[in-house]
Each structure stands twice: as structure tokens, then as C-alpha cells.
Design a protein around this ligand. Structure first.
Ligand code: NAD
Length: 515
């Protein structure tokens, strides 16, 4: 891993004393707190890796002021020139992929392979944003009336704010800032306080790629920092990704303050297994999707809906695979699942397992006594599998966000789809079947923003948009892809006539119509 001693957040040895992490403001790492700091853990060992400065009003002011000052010149730069900086950034991300993945694994806990996958998905958004000259093309109508043309253009909003969750410290911020910045906005990111090092390094690399000072800033902190950012009148738009209660609050508060807002929330994704499906394939898909990243993914499948005769063989195939999962530190080769992000989160997930037992669900695989030799203080929890879960149970209704898969049995496809449609969340829904007509019906009927057919995680590519329905998304627009361009720009429509001054028509008191 390359060393960046000036910034301190790229360290190599867990045994080192905690480093002090600050913010990226005006192109520099600024180590200053607003009177509060918080610990950043290495979940694999349970040790404190860093002391994170939480931004107070002075730090937030400095970041927003830097972004506001940088905005006019950046917005005025022709879009092909902005694209060139993004092309350069793409190169640096490729070069640094391994060290960035290490930063993610060290603070989040996921495996290195998974961290690299997350970065790849983020880099694809940068690649999409490299096409900004094409993406910003407006519409043109020649001769909408005699001598009158009409055309449209998309202009940037100003200072955009992104608030992101712990589970994808690179990919989720990268859903937001590359597109916002390519559109000509400046950006302030408030990443999760649980794993801030990768976002800081992403900002530093953007500066290295030639991004002017102040166009991209990172301020660290918690809800108080977010409240200060939301109250700042210079912030024009807010993109949020995180849990549903916070998403709802951010959407309401940002809208109340007159800001454009989109807020992506929690999920409880279902995967329906029809009796005609290949059970082994469906079980493999469920295992990767439910337990990858220890279940800490918004697109993790948390509910397997076994239809009719599929149930018994599916539960047997799942149990066999769950018992074989290898748990350990994410940086260790051969590990399938790393620890949970914090001790507090582990306790919360454990409480759901107790609850499932109290509610009468059948715990087929119990991962509660998982121990990883040499890492006794790490935040590990083995994978758990519940069968015979019912829609009334809280382990079915609520998002657990850990390595816990619940199986619900349904008599037919109608009942399975009704389950999904009655759930409060609507992020992703998947069907495994060999019947194309049934899959087509499911696609059109199911109430979810992202649908999969015989695929484990239906995450749209960067050039499509990502978002859920119901209480998984607040606001009309999805994130990245075409909706990302719409969200980060304002539409302007121009009606233009260049008259022959010698032929004045005099005033017209009727609403102009085409003639
Ligand atoms: P979280 O809601 O606790 O935190 C998200 C961000 O909001 C963090 O930056 C945090 O500092 C800030 N925050 C927390 N509480 C706040 C408050 N009261 N006021 C203002 N800001 C606050 O989420 P998390 O635990 O970091 O992430 C997990 C959640 O994110 C899960 O619910 C998961 O489903 C969701 N998620 C959703 C998507 C999606 O695309 N829909 C993607 C990733 C994660």
C-alpha cells in the first residue's frame, strides 16, 4: 500500500496507535474538529484504528464556502474539459484500486474481493460521467412559429450535498459525486463516520487528477454535522442513502429548506423460488446475496419465498451451504464473510435472532456462537437461517441488515407476489423460474424498483438508474444513470426569434400561438 504520511489515513499496521482523521476541504486534508471526535474501528480485530474529527459549524462553513467559491468557474468550464478530468480520475482509481480496497476492508470488514467489486461498480459511474458532453445534450425544435426556434439546455444547480451509509464507503458516494461534478456542480460529501478513510482518499485522488480546489469536499461527522449542512442556505440539492427513518427525515428537512432532494432508504428484498426452478442455482444465488458482505447490503436478499414443493429441497440446499460458509477477517484469502461493522450493530442483529426464536420461527442454522481464532475481539457473527417465518413476524417485516436469511413458504406465485407487494419496502425483488411467461407477469406486477429474473442481485449498471419504490426511496428520481443527470441539473427551455427590425408587428395582447 502506498503511504500518505501527510494525511495519516492510509496506514498499514493495525498495531499502530489511532491516527487522527479530518476532512478534505479546498483540496487539502484539514485535521480540525468542532469539539467532538469519534472512534473508527477495525471490525476484524475490534481495535480502534482512528480518531475521527466531527465537523462543527466552522468546518461545515469552510467546506460549503470552498464549494460555493469553486462553483462558478467549474460550471463555466466546457463539458469536454470537465470530462477530461474525469478520464484522468478514472485512471488514478484503476491505479489505486488495491490500496482503496484495503482501506474499505480495514474499516468495513468485507472481503477484499468484495471491496474490489464495490470499487469497480463505483468506477463504472465515473466512466458513465466521462460521457457528460453527450449526456448534457438538450433538445432543439426548428421553427416552432414563423422565425421562432425553441431549444433546451441543462444547467448545474450549485453546491450539492451527499450523505452516505457505512455499507458501501466507495460505491454509494460514487453513485453521486462523479455525476454531480460532471454536470458542473460542486460537491460536499458527508460519508459514514464508521468508515471514512476510503472517501477521504477518493477525494484526494480527484484533486490529483486535476479537479480544481473546492469542487469536491469531504466533511466527516454524525447527525449534528448533517443538521448543520442541511441548514446551510448555500446548499442547493441533497442526495441521501441510508436507513429509512433517516431518509424520510432528510427528505422532509431538505424539502422544507427549499432544496432539491432524493433519499434512498432501507430494504427487505425477496427472492421467489418457483417449483420449476433449478434449486441448486437458486440456493447458490441466495447464499451469495444473503450472506455476501455479512448481509450488510441494501440489495441483499433477506427473504427467500419458497413456492409450493420448492420449500423442503430449498431449505435443505440452503442449510448445507450456510454451514459451509467460511468466516474470518476480510483480508484473509478464502474467507466468504467478514465481521459486522461495529459491536453495536452485531448486538442489534443478535437481538433479531433472539426475537425470531421468540416469535416461533425455526432456526435451522444458528451462527451465534461463531469464534474466529486469533480475532476474539472482532465483531463476527456466523450466518443464520430461519425457516417457517410468517408475514406477521418482525424478523420478516423489519430490515435486519446482517447475515440472517428468512424463508417464508407460499402456496403459489400469486401469494408470493402479494407478500412482496404488501411489504413496506420495495427496493429489489427476484424470481427464479424456468417459465418466461410467469417471469414476465411477475416483472409487470411486482411493486419494487429493481427486478431480477434468475439473477441474485438485480443492481442496475451505471448507465441505468438505481432506486426502489415505497419506503425504499423518497423523491421522484432514482440515482445515477439518466436520472442522475436529471437530478443534478435544471432544465431551461429557450424560445428565440431574431426578427427583421424593419418589419415591426406592434404589440400583441393575446397568448402567442404558433403561426
Ligand atoms: P444510517 O441511516 O444510520 O446513516 C446514513 C448516514 O446518515 C450516515 O452518514 C450517518 O452519519 C447519517 N445519519 C445517521 N443518523 C442521522 C440522523 N438522525 N440525522 C441525520 N443524519 C444521520 O445508515 P447506515 O447504518 O450507515 O447504513 C445502512 C442503511 O443504509 C440500511 O438501512 C441500508 O438498507 C441503507 N442503504 C440503502 C441503500 C439504497 O440504495 N436504498 C444503499 C445502501 C444502504
Amino acid at each position: 500500500m502506498s503511504a500518505h504520511p501527510a494525511n495519516g489515513y492510509v496506514t498499514t499496521h493495525a498495531a499502530q496507535p489511532p491516527v487522527r482523521l479530518g476532512h478534505h476541504i479546498g483540496g487539502r486534508h484539514v485535521v480540525q474538529d468542532g469539539g467532538r471526535t469519534g472512534p473508527v474501528h477495525d471490525p476484524a480485530t475490534g481495535t480502534i484504528r482512528a480518531d475521527l474529527c466531527y465537523a462543527g459549524k466552522p468546518e461545515v462553513d469552510a467546506a460549503v464556502a470552498a464549494a460555493a467559491a469553486a462553483f462558478p468557474a467549474w460550471a463555466a468550464l466546457p463539458s469536454p474539459q470537465r470530462a477530461r478530468v474525469l478520464f484522468q480520475y478514472r485512471e488514478l482509481l484503476e491505479r489505486e484500486q488495491a490500496s482503496l480496497a484495503e482501506l474499505i476492508t480495514r474499516e468495513h470488514g468485507k472481503t477484499l474481493a468484495d471491496a474490489r467489486g464495490e470499487l469497480q461498480r463505483g468506477m463504472e459511474v465515473v466512466e458513465f460521467a466521462c460521457g457528460i458532453p453527450h449526456l448534457l445534450k438538450g433538445e432543439y425544435s426548428d421553427s416552432v412559429a414563423s422565425g421562432v426556434d425553441s431549444w433546451s439546455l441543462r444547467q448545474p444547480l450549485g453546491v450539492c450535498l451527499g450523505i452516505t451509509p457505512f455499507n458501501f464507503p466507495a460505491m454509494v458516494p460514487m453513485w453521486m459525486y462523479p455525476i454531480a461534478i460532471a454536470c458542473g456542480n460542486s460537491f460536499v460529501l458527508k460519508p459514514s463516520e464508521k468508515d471514512p478513510s476510503c472517501p477521504l482518499r477518493l477525494a484526494e485522488l480527484f484533486s490529483e487528477a486535476g479537479l480544481p480546489e473546492g469542487v469536491f469536499n469531504v466533511v466527516n461527522g454524525d447527525r449534528q454535522t448533517v443538521d448543520t449542512l442541511l441548514a446551510d442556505t448555500r446548499v442547493a440539492a441533497v442526495s441521501f442513502v441510508g436507513s429509512t427513518p433517516v431518509a424520510e427525515h432528510i427528505y422532509a428537512e431538505a424539502s422544507r429548506c427549499g432544496k432539491r432532494a432524493q433519499a434512498l432508504g432501507g430494504a427487505k428484498n425477496h427472492l421467489v423460488v418457483m417449483p420449476d426452478a433449478d434449486i441448486a442455482r437458486a440456493a447458490d444465488a441466495l447464499i451469495g446475496s444473503a450472506y455476501g458482505s455479512a448481509g450488510e447490503r441494501c440489495m441483499a436478499v433477506a427473504v427467500a419465498v419458497a413456492v409450493g414443493d420448492a420449500a423442503d429441497p430449498l431449505v435443505a440446499a440452503l442449510a448445507q451451504r450456510v454451514r459451509a460458509l467460511r468466516i474470518g477477517p476480510g483480508k484473509q484469502a478464502g474467507v466468504d464473510m467478514g465481521p459486522l461493522v461495529t459491536a453495536g450493530h452485531r448486538t442489534r442483529v443478535l437481538s433479531y435472532i433472539e426475537l425470531g426464536l421468540k416469535e416461533g420461527a425455526q432456526l435451522v442454522v444458528d451462527g451465534r456462537d461463531c469464534r474466529v481464532a486469533g480475532h476474539e475481539q472482532g465483531f463476527y457473527l456466523g450466518p443464520c437461517l430461519f425457516d417457517r417465518v410468517t408475514p406477521a413476524m418482525r424478523v420478516y417485516r423489519e430490515e435486519i441488515f446482517g447475515p440472517v436469511l428468512v424463508v417464508v413458504r407460499a402456496p403459489d406465485i400469486g401469494a408470493a407476489t402479494a407478500l412482496i407487494n404488501h411489504h413496506e419496502y420495495g427496493n429489489g425483488a427476484v424470481i427464479f423460474t424456468g417459465n418466461g411467461r410467469l417471469a414476465n407477469w411477475f416483472t409487470r406486477t411486482v411493486q419494487a424498483g429493481m427486478v431480477g429474473i434468475n439473477v441474485p442481485i438485480p443492481v442496475p449498471m451505471a448507465f441505468h438508474s438505481f432506486g426502489g419504490w415505497k419506503r425504499s426511496l423518497f423523491g421522484p428520481l432514482h440515482i445515477h444513470g439518466p436520472d442522475g443527470i436529471r437530478f443534478n441539473t435544471r432544465l431551461k427551455t429557450v424560445t428565440a426569434r431574431w426578427p427583421d427590425l424593419a418589419q415591426s408587428a406592434g404589440p400583441d395582447f393575446t397568448l402567442p400561438a404558433a403561426r
